[in-house]
Design a protein. Structure first.
Length: 254
């Protein structure tokens, strides 16, 4: 049996580098790993298309085509999880397995969508952007990370502040417009894993449990000492969970 490629999809405001430690560890264990910059982040151009996670999902399909990959295991964190759900909606036959981190199945409430649009408006303005990012960036990591791992928060803050404001605005509008994916997840027959940071202040434990329960083959792993970004905060725990999952679903190391 040949190994199935593993595609890592990053969170909002970050880039493929957020997966550095898990990606390196999984490769060292023999897995084929592709960490992807999503539209507007890292080295990926933003382009001129209207904000849509469907567009990002189609970008991913073209990336897989360029790598000669038919099916892959998708691992998505936060925005990357929403991209994975959009990919499931548009290219379901290309998903061999699914791991979601810090992503809810439901669409935004009107209030949450309005907050995202407000973020998109403010982030394009210099002083409001500085205040906005100073207020919201610490929420991306858990209390333990804020207290005991200042270097991790500093790394996240540097990546957030370096992100293109236009890409941040585009992505927030795309996420705000996403549909409810409950039915898509319920109809997804592939093995699935949900990884939740125990200290996530943005996606609740109940929401993570709902995602795992909705997926027919889903199970939940909760990571102590991590918030919204376990791959950055607790990479060893995430690597361990993913390595075990990949072995279970027939995506073995070489």
């Amino acid at each position: 049996m040949s190994a199935v490629p593993v595609v890592l999809l990053h969170a909002l405001s970050l880039h493929a580098g957020m997966w550095r430690e898990p990606a390196d560890a999984l490769r060292a264990q023999g897995h084929q790993v592709l960490a992807v910059d999503q539209r507007g982040f890292g080295t990926a151009p933003l382009g001129s298309d209207a904000p849509s996670l469907g567009t990002v999902a189609d970008d991913l399909a073209r990336t897989l085509d360029r790598h000669g990959t038919g099916r892959a295991v998708l691992v998505g964190s936060s925005m990357g999880g929403y991209t994975a759900m959009a990919f499931l909606r548009r290219h379901p036959d290309r998903v061999a397995g699914l791991a979601l981190l810090a992503a809810r199945a439901t669409a935004d409430s009107p209030e949450a969508a309005a907050q995202r649009h407000r973020f998109a408006d403010l982030v394009r303005q210099d002083e409001p952007r500085r205040q906005l990012l100073a207020r919201t960036t610490p929420l991306l990591v858990g209390a333990t990370t804020r207290a005991r791992r200042p270097e991790v928060l500093a790394r996240v803050r540097a990546d957030v502040e370096a992100a293109d404001p236009a890409a941040l605005a585009w992505a927030q509008r795309a996420i705000a417009a996403r549909p409810d994916s409950t039915d898509v997840l319920r109809a997804t027959p592939v093995p699935a894993l949900v990884i939740a940071g125990e200290e996530d202040e943005l996606v609740t434990a109940a929401e993570a449990e709902q995602v795992a329960a909705t997926l027919p083959g889903g199970r939940l792993v909760t990571v102590p000492g991590a918030g919204h970004l376990p791959p950055v905060e607790t990479p060893e725990a995430v690597t361990g969970a993913l390595h075990a999952f990949l072995g279970e679903i027939g995506a073995p190391a070489w």
